[in-house]
Design a protein around this ligand. Structure first.
Ligand SMILES: [Zn+2]
Length: 387
């Protein structure tokens, strides 16, 4: 029996489903009901003293020290209940890093407060280490690879195919030493032979069911990869790794402004706080920065000698590609060292998988322009603040 009351319901169903499918098809991501669960750990905080310039440009006076959280992510493949890690943050005994890197800490170029190793955090949370099937390293930098000697040999290491696995001390510039690999099977992914690509990034369907993809995201360091985790059939978390280190390096774009406009209270606060001597947009007037008319990211990736981007041109292209996901309401992008969301992100044992229903993207995306946020780097620091 047909009734008028069923018409709006049918129509609303069509309207509700159609845009989501269209977006997935735009990126070329095949539909799937298979998902993973994602939980984040806030492992440690680093401050790199007088080093902001190796991350981003421009560096405003008084903003020379750069503080970064080190995050790690627990992934559970829902169909099989198998657990994985995406990055481990850093081992908590930096004196035992290879000499080229332990010197950062002994010289106080990098300072930090003592912290628990991710293996302790997992076990404190009731996650046994032998339940971790594999650890994905976004790349083989010391602040991502943890201390694999604390994991059982059964835990595999999965890396991007171009990752250099040579060891210190024979390779003195390598972050890796024998204990990082000993006893573990190492799987090197081959992006050269995949037919999948999303937003211009080569992708590997790790479980073969559309729940978890690795993305080829070069530029920061050889072999760098990111992850695309499907947390509901139509919503995703992008674990960017170190594609960039400050969200102002990929926000905003014009498309991002259209999808996730800056909340009014932040607009008002940022208007007078963002320095118009350093940043501009079409509707900005001197001393009054207009966020909605800014259609390119605030910061460029650093390309100075000693830049933390091995290939700044390629890294910038990678960030442009990730920004396409970031401007879509079905994707939450988290870069490993995003300080702007550190006080807001729900951490383990909370799951990030309900981020879309929880409105987490709207709550977090523009926090970096809040003058009270620790990631706010958009005004010179007045010396009198310290007097
Ligand atoms: Zn890093």
């Amino acid at each position: 029996m047909f009734s008028f009351s069923t018409v709006p319901r049918v129509l609303s169903l069509v309207i509700f489903i159609a845009p989501t499918l269209a977006r997935l098809q735009d990126f070329g991501i095949p539909p799937s009901d298979a998902t993973v669960d994602v939980k984040a750990f806030n492992v440690a905080n680093f401050t790199l003293n007088n080093l902001t310039s190796v991350f981003l440009n421009p560096v405003l006076p008084g903003r020379e020290d750069f503080t970064l959280p080190l995050q790690a992510f627990l992934i559970e493949h829902k169909p099989t209940k198998k657990k994985f890690m995406f990055d481990l943050a850093m081992r908590n005994d930096p004196q035992n890093l290879p000499p080229a890197f332990s010197s950062f800490f002994s010289s106080k170029a990098i300072t930090f407060d003592p912290f628990k190793d991710i293996t302790e955090l997992l076990q404190d949370g009731g996650v046994s280490l032998d339940s971790i099937e594999a650890v994905f390293w976004s790349h083989a930098h010391f602040d991502h690879i943890g201390d694999m000697s604390k994991f059982p040999n059964s835990t595999k290491i999965v890396v991007g195919g171009k990752t250099d696995l040579s060891l210190s001390p024979e390779s003195p510039n390598s972050d890796l030493q024998a204990s990082d690999l000993a006893g573990h099977e190492v799987v090197q992914l081959d992006f050269a032979n995949t037919n999948l690509a999303f937003a211009g990034m080569k992708a590997i369907d790790h479980f073969g069911d559309g729940s978890f993809y690795l993305l080829d995201t070069p530029g920061h360091f050889t072999g760098h990869m990111s992850a695309l985790a499907r947390v509901t059939p139509s919503s995703f978390i992008v674990l960017g790794g170190d594609t960039h280190h400050h969200v102002g390096q990929f926000r905003p774009t014009g498309a991002f402004q259209d999808t996730i406009p800056c909340p009014g209270d932040l607009l008002a606060d940022a208007r007078s706080a963002i320095s118009t001597d350093f940043f501009w947009s079409t509707k900005t007037t001197p001393g009054a920065f207009d966020i909605p008319s800014r259609t390119k990211p605030f910061f460029a990736l650093s390309d100075v000698p000693g830049s933390f981007y091995e290939d700044p041109v390629t890294a910038t292209l990678t960030v442009d590609k990730l920004a396409a996901f970031d401007a879509d309401a079905d994707f939450l992008t988290i870069i490993t060292h995003d300080q702007s969301i550190q006080s807001i992100l729900p951490y383990f044992p909370a799951s990030l998988s309900t981020w879309q229903a929880d409105g987490l993207k709207a709550k977090t995306a523009w926090q970096f322009v809040d003058p009270a946020n620790p990631a706010f780097l958009f005004s010179p620091v007045q010396e009198c603040e310290f007097e």
